[in-house]
Write a protein that binds this ligand. Structure first.
Ligand code: GCO
Length: 255
């Protein structure tokens, strides 16, 4: 049956930044496809709340709260998983922040914070996961890129640079880990309806620009990332490596 290709039963997925937003939507989608879920966020209380809500609808979810920019905390989290015998088959590096300011006004500390959260964390967490996936000869790494991985917009330089780096980090992961049975790919969301974008959605001029610039003439919904996430998490993508799949309503494909 072709649907078996997309069945995640028996697999465990760690999704960073999954107590809300895009990460939450992808986590719930992977859970409905059969995966056991390890839910992450910086706030233990918010992670626990999300896990409770997911369990209430029948998903197999457990909490793993840590700050993705804190390398010691990342290592401790993976050591905890090791201790509990939890093997991560699927890693979704989703955690990210946005900070909008023209570069001439941008403090280096704010630049670094975005790079650390959106790019370096994916390397650190990817490395910890791969150190455990490689001996098992199996692993799916999915990094969350952006249409800003390939197109720049004024006032979001650190985000754009980080997401451009995510695209190339994904390709570097494929280069080094493909021979060990791992597939590393990325999903590039377009303009999605999220808390991070609410200020843009509420701005009539920006809202009109997104709708005019996007062939599908609308913002994307978080749940519209689930299909790509399941595909890249499943056997269906066993010979897909280093790719970025854009879920953007066609925006990057047109002028
Ligand atoms: C912005 C937005 C974008 C989107 C998304 C596009 O300020 O332009 O936040 O960065 O969030 O990342 O892929």
């Amino acid at each position: 049956m072709s649907t078996a290709l997309f069945d995640l039963t028996g697999r465990t997925a760690l999704i960073t930044g999954s107590s809300r937003g895009l990460g939450r939507a992808m986590a719930e989608g992977l859970g409905r496809a059969g995966a056991k879920l390890v839910i992450n966020g910086t706030s233990p209380a918010k992670v626990d709340e999300a896990v409770t809500e997911m369990r209430a609808v029948g998903l197999d979810a457990q909490a793993l709260a840590f700050n993705v920019t804190d390398e010691a905390a990342v290592k401790a989290a993976f050591a905890d998983l090791d201790q509990r015998g939890v093997a991560i088959d699927i890693l979704v590096n989703n955690a990210g922040i946005q900070f909008r300011k023209p570069m001439v006004d941008l403090d280096t500390a704010d630049w670094q914070r975005v790079i650390d959260t959106n790019l370096t964390s994916a390397f650190v967490i990817g490395r910890e996961a791969a150190r455990r996936m490689i001996p098992r000869g199996y692993g799916k790494v999915i990094n969350i890129a952006s249409l800003t991985s390939v197109l720049a917009r004024a006032t979001v330089a650190p985000y754009t640079v980080a997401k451009g780096g995510i695209k190339m980090l994904t390709q570097a992961m494929a280069a080094e880990w493909g021979e060990h049975g791992l597939q590393a790919n990325a999903i590039g969301p377009g303009y999605m309806i999220t808390d991070m974008n609410q200020a843009l959605i509420d701005n009539p001029a920006f809202d009109a620009w997104v709708k005019g610039r996007t062939p599908q003439r609308r913002w994307g919904k978080p749940e519209e990332l689930i299909g790509a996430a399941i595909f890249l998490s499943s056997e269906a993508s066993n010979y897909v490596n280093g790719q970025t799949i854009y879920v953007d309503g066609g925006m990057i494909s047109v002028l």
